[in-house]
Ligand binder design. Structure first.
Ligand code: HSE
Length: 442
């Protein structure tokens, strides 16, 4: 930083804003570690400084050398502390986190949270509490780690109608799929590595079963369309059933498999939101988003396609987002500004119905290796008016059965399931089908 007269003057007027931290695991420790480095920059750029003044954790007896202030077990003390002006909720989960957030807003203290489950599952209550109390909630760290996608939607693309969003928004799953595709790792080894690197949730089922990505998709939907779907209505599929065989067949067809969230308007009053392992063309820029990196594609009616890529998980990337929120919250407090406006739901938008989604699919069957079987299967797809764009039937599988892999043209999900149900009833069909989504993203 250049110590010019101008910024020396600014520093003298610098306002210190008190922060209270509730929860201090991987993400909280990252925040504490990075705050001293970020503070001079925030001071120089915004004229405010952040100071952690109280911390609550479940078990204060555990050694936490990095903590700059005494640690208490009772989070209510942090919220009640008059030196705390902004509360950061980092406990995770939805019950206690909701009570902490509610108490913070009711105490007149803006809330900063990285908790996507809380926003996706209890966002309606929380946003109405924020409105009633007149205190803002900041949640940049809840989606895609270091990628400032919330600010892009809230500010950068505020004048655009969003024609659709899609994203790789779970770093752990992307890390696992990348390791399987590139290093031939098995699922469990890759998952353990993701945990060791601090990417995975405490309950890693949230990552591998697609729930974490669906939480983030719900939040993106809220920002893009002013509509927070009922979380349990979002179709979600994780990556457990994506085998090395699937990864290899996809590659042979010119695709990679990514856990993809899709949020797109359907007509004027419905939105499709889903999370599923999806084949993307190998030549698409998102196909080369590897490891814990995330990518989000947004299509604005004015801006056109925008793609953001960056670190989606890990303590440093997440603390970048938390510090951005804290800086904004502190600046707003200092300026007595009301804070970010959140989209108002007009109540008219709803999710599309089950099976109504239209898209392309990958289907792998295990069938009896005898003449006429391929024709039978193709006939069933044809009868359902589903076009076939590619077929793969590798040689040398032996034992009288053979994998039969189809890439299909766009079809309604309900027709696809009807066709697959008929196919798997054929006496020549040996194993239930593997079905994956295909998105060309063109
Ligand atoms: N577990 C999450 C992920 C962390 O893997 O993306 C960031 O939200």
């Amino acid at each position: 930083m250049l110590e010019t007269e101008a910024n020396l003057g600014l520093n003298q007027k610098m306002n210190k804003i008190g922060i209270g931290l509730v929860g201090c695991g991987t993400v909280g420790s990252g925040l504490i570690r990075n705050l001293p480095k970020a503070n001079p920059l925030i001071g120089e750029r915004l004229g405010v400084n952040l100071e952690i003044r109280a911390v609550a954790v479940k078990d204060p007896s555990k050694a936490r050398e990095t903590l700059p202030v005494p640690v208490v077990a009772d989070w209510k003390k942090v919220i009640a502390d008059p030196a705390v002006q902004i509360v950061v909720e980092l406990v995770g989960g939805t019950d206690e986190a909701f009570r902490i957030s509610e108490a913070s807003l009711k105490a007149g203290k803006p809330l900063v949270t990285a908790n996507k489950a809380l926003l996706a599952e209890r966002g309606r209550e929380l946003l109405s509490l924020a409105q009633q109390s007149g205190n803002p909630i900041y949640f940049e760290a809840s989606v895609a780690g270091g990628i400032p996608v919330i600010k892009v939607l809230r500010e950068g693309l505020v004048a655009n109608q969003l024609l659709g969003l899609h994203g790789i928004i779970n770093g752990t799953s992307n890390y696992i799929l990348s390791r399987m595709a590139e290093a031939g790792s098995d699922f469990q080894t890759a998952l353990q590595q993701a945990k060791d690197l601090g990417y995975a949730e405490t309950d890693d089922r949230l990552d591998v079963d697609g729930i974490d990505a669906a939480h983030k998709a719900a939040i993106l939907c809220l920002l893009a369309y002013g509509f927070l779907p009922v979380f349990t209505d979002i179709p979600v599929e994780g990556i457990r059933h994506v085998s090395a065989q699937e990864v290899s067949f996809a590659r042979q067809l010119g695709y990679v498999i990514k856990l993809l969230a899709v949020i797109r308007p359907v007509g004027s009053d419905r939105v499709e939101v889903r999370v599923a392992p999806t084949l993307l063309p190998s030549r698409h820029p998102m196909a080369s988003v590897h490891g814990a990196f995330n990518a989000i594609g947004l299509i604005g009616n004015l801006a056109g396609p925008v793609q953001l890529t960056g670190r989606g998980a890990g303590p440093d990337a997440t603390s970048s987002a938390l510090l951005a929120d804290l800086a904004e919250a502190a600046k707003n407090l200092h300026d007595k500004s009301p804070g970010p406006l959140l989209p108002k739901a007009d109540g008219k938008i709803r999710l599309i119905g089950k099976g109504e989604s239209v898209g392309r699919f990958y289907v792998r069957l295990e069938v009896e290796d005898r003449p006429g079987v391929l024709a039978l299967v193709a006939g069933i797809f044809g009868a359902e008016k589903i076009g076939i764009s590619s077929v793969l039937q590798p040689e040398g599988h032996g034992a009288g059965s053979v994998p039969l892999v189809f890439l299909l043209e766009a079809a309604a999900e309900s027709s696809l399931h009807k066709a697959v149900a008929l196919i798997t009833k054929l006496p020549n069909c040996r194993a239930p089908a593997r079905i994956l989504r295909v998105e060309d993203l063109s």
